[in-house]
Design a protein around this ligand. Structure first.
Ligand SMILES: Cc1cc2nc3c(=O)[nH]c(=O)nc-3n(C[C@H](O)[C@H](O)[C@H](O)COP(=O)(O)O)c2cc1C
Length: 177
C-alpha cells in the first residue's frame, strides 16, 4: 500500500524569505519517519497573478490541484505580513476545494517578531475552515526567525524536538497510523 503523503507548503514567494529555513527544517524532521512520504512544495511554483476559483477550468491551476489531490496531510509554513498571511498563499488555496475536504493541516507560523506568526495563523484560520480543511489544534511558532536559525542543530532540537514529536503524533493519529 502507498504511504500517506505529507506535503509541506512553503507559503511565501518573497525573495530572501526566511520561511524557507523553517520549511527545510520541518522537511528534515519529518523525512526521518518512513511511514510517511514527506515532500516540500514551494508556493512560488504554483501562484498565478490572478484568482482562479475552485470551480473554474484553468490549466494554470492544475499543478496545485494535483498536489492537493495527492496530499493526505499538510503543513503550511506561513510568515506574518502585516498581521496577516501572504497573498500568494490565498491565491493558490482559493483555486481548489474538493481536494481539501477534511484533510489534516498543521500550521507553522514564522515572524521576525516574538509571537512566531500567531497573528498570521489566526487570520488564516477562518479561510481554512471555510475551505474544509481539518486544522489540527497543535501549532508551531518560529519567532525572531533570523536569530533562531543562528542556533546550532542541537540548540534548535532543544527548543523544537518535543514540540515536533507531539505534532508528529497528532499527524499520525489523524492518518490512522
Ligand atoms: C510585507 C511584510 C510585512 C511584515 N509584517 C510583519 C508583521 O506584521 N509582524 C512580524 O512579526 N513580522 C512582519 N514581517 C517580517 C516577517 O515576519 C519576516 O520577514 C520573517 O522573516 C518571515 O517572513 P519571510 O519568510 O518572508 O522572511 C513582515 C515582512 C514583510 C515582507
Amino acid at each position: 500500500m502507498e504511504k500517506p503523503h505529507l506535503t509541506i507548503l512553503l507559503g511565501t514567494a518573497r525573495k530572501n524569505r526566511q520561511s524557507q529555513k523553517v520549511a527545510h527544517y520541518l522537511l528534515d524532521f519529518f523525512q526521518q519517519f518512513k511511514e510517511l512520504d514527506t515532500n516540500l512544495v514551494d508556493i512560488k511554483d504554483y501562484a498565478t497573478n490572478y484568482t482562479i476559483a475552485a470551480w473554474e477550468e484553468d490549466e494554470a491551476a492544475n499543478p496545485w490541484r494535483e498536489v492537493a489531490a495527492k496530499a493526505d496531510a499538510f503543513i503550511f509554513v506561513v510568515p506574518e505580513y502585516n498581521r496577516s498571511f501572504p497573498g500568494e498563499l490565498k491565491i493558490v488555496l482559493d483555486s481548489e476545494l474538493a481536494a481539501y475536504s477534511n484533510k489534516p493541516v498543521i500550521l507553522a507560523g514564522v515572524s521576525i517578531g516574538s509571537f512566531g506568526g500567531l497573528a498570521a495563523l489566526n487570520s488564516l484560520l477562518p479561510a481554512l475552515h471555510k475551505m474544509g480543511f481539518r486544522v489540527l489544534p497543535g501549532q508551531l511558532h518560529f519567532p525572531e526567525v533570523e536569530e533562531l536559525f543562528k542556533n546550532s542543530e542541537e540548540e534548535l532540537a532543544l527548543i523544537y524536538e518535543s514540540k515536533l514529536m507531539k505534532i508528529k503524533d497528532d499527524i499520525f493519529k489523524s492518518l490512522n497510523l
